[in-house]
Write a protein of this length. Structure first.
Length: 451
């Protein structure tokens, strides 16, 4: 967010943008910062090397009712001053430009700036010298990586960039559209059509967003086929070892799309009801390519048999389950309790998944079970969508299922951005403006996971 808003402080003479020769530049004295003082109220604005600043465009009058996005944006690479004989300084900065979409389209004729919003900038390898009086305020430009399962929240009035521009080669990196859908069309954050919303698959080998319209056109939907019946848990194995720390000894089973799984007994996954859809969304982890076996994550309290237990320490009677890495079910579950001297271990009746989930704060569970989406039809999601919130909420739920206690500051952990909680449920819970129907039950074209 900008630290200062554009001001109406002074006229900028046209020579502020006049080209400066390299020879002249190298004759100047280097500085680390410069300060511009408002003529009307004396406010000082400090600009330092590496700051990103908004700069009054050449030919525009200061205070001519400009919107923030109309300013030029550049990173200050170097500051130098010409010391005049009377003792006054003329300060110049070497600036690396952040282009607008229109700027790029002026250079690459085939580039369509429609997918670039007003506040989006494209970091270019193009430098200029600009006199200090044209600088207006220090701002930040957030980096947006479309494949990041935990992108920063980007409000619609914040500057951000997702591409870099090589001027001489006339190329953008990454290539627009290459990071997204099967249709190779880039994500267009201003497209308000409900079907243009993009669904993100967070799994490590996917990490892509797909247009809802493309998913529907490709029939990537849950139906009565394998996806709808896919269990979010694995059926108890008859051969589960007695000493298993888990009721269900099997580690995650990969779900093959060709498997025709019989509907499991559990009511939670016996139909494609919204409850089971929510569980399938929850089971799609940002940290593993496997379907998270939610039931086997549920922590189990073990009671050591008193006859074989020589340890009188009461605190040892109940052993907390071992902690595992977030969202990553253990592949060694059957052996966990087997280490150390042999003791008889009997398992308490395992808590049902539904009971454990019911004890969570409803908002936490609701966020964790959201589809990850971005697009202008879901305005409160900003530019990058609800993906970061949902990723953090899912990781937290996995940890709690594994036996960790709910952190007191869970809301801070899920919702804080830029070190402050300025966001909440409305930014994370998907509401599509103008849509009468609920979101379709789409799946990832690559891994068939609920997304
Ligand atoms: Zn598409
Ligand atoms: Zn996927």
């Amino acid at each position: 967010m900008p630290r200062g808003r554009p001001t109406k402080r002074r006229a900028v003479k046209a020579t502020a943008y006049a080209p400066l020769t390299d020879e002249k530049w190298s004759s100047m004295v280097p500085f680390g910062t410069f300060v511009i003082t408002d003529k009307d109220d004396g406010t000082e604005h400090k600009f330092s090397k590496d700051d990103i600043a908004i700069i009054l465009p050449s030919g525009r009058e200061p205070g001519s009712n400009m919107e923030l996005w109309e300013y030029w944006v550049g990173r200050i690479k170097d500051i130098r001053a010409e010391i005049d004989e009377e003792g006054t300084n003329t300060v110049w900065a070497k600036v690396q430009w952040f282009y607008s979409g229109r700027d790029v389209a002026d250079v690459i004729k085939s580039f369509d700036p429609a997918s670039v919003t007003g506040h989006e900038r494209i970091y270019a390898d193009h430098y200029d010298f600009v006199e200090s009086e044209a600088f207006d305020a220090v701002i930040s430009v957030t980096t947006f990586n479309e494949n990041d399962p935990e992108p920063p929240f980007i409000a619609r009035d914040e500057f951000y960039h997702r591409y870099t521009f090589e001027y001489k080669a006339r190329t953008l990196k990454p290539k627009p559209g290459s990071a997204a859908c099967t249709c190779q069309m880039p994500y267009c954050p201003d497209d308000t059509l409900p079907d243009s919303i993009m669904h993100f698959c967070p799994r490590p080998s996917c990490r892509r967003a797909f247009h809802q319209s493309c998913l529907l056109a490709g029939k990537h939907k849950e139906s009565s086929s394998a996806e709808a019946l896919t269990t979010v848990h694995v059926k108890p194995s008859a051969a589960a070892p007695l000493r298993s720390a888990r009721k269900h000894a099997s580690p995650i089973k990969k779900v093959s799309k060709t498997t025709t799984t019989a509907p499991p007994a559990s009511a939670a996954s016996s139909s494609s009801s919204s409850a089971s859809r929510a569980l399938r969304l929850l089971a799609c982890s940002p940290d593993t390519d496997d379907n998270v076996d939610l039931e086997s994550l549920v922590a189990l309290t073990m009671i050591q048999g008193s006859l074989t237990n020589n340890n009188d320490d009461a605190s040892d009677v109940e052993k907390p389950p071992k902690k595992k890495r977030r969202g990553r079910p253990s592949k060694n579950a059957p052996n966990e309790a087997a280490s150390g001297p042999p003791v008889e271990v009997r398992a308490q009746p395992v808590r049902a998944l539904a009971d454990t989930l019911a004890d969570l704060p409803p908002l936490l569970l609701q966020v964790a079970q959201q589809p990850m989406v971005r697009g202008a039809a879901f305005r409160p999601g900003g530019i990058s969508g609800n993906i970061g919130f949902v990723t953090r909420a899912r990781r937290l739920v996995y940890q709690i299922l594994e036996g960790s206690s709910l952190p007191e500051d869970w809301e801070v952990q899920v919702f804080s951005e830029h070190g402050e909680v300025r966001l909440g449920a409305e930014n994370a819970i998907v509401q599509i403006s103008g849509a009468r129907k609920p979101l379709p039950l789409v799946v990832c074209p690559k891994c068939r996971s609920a997304i």
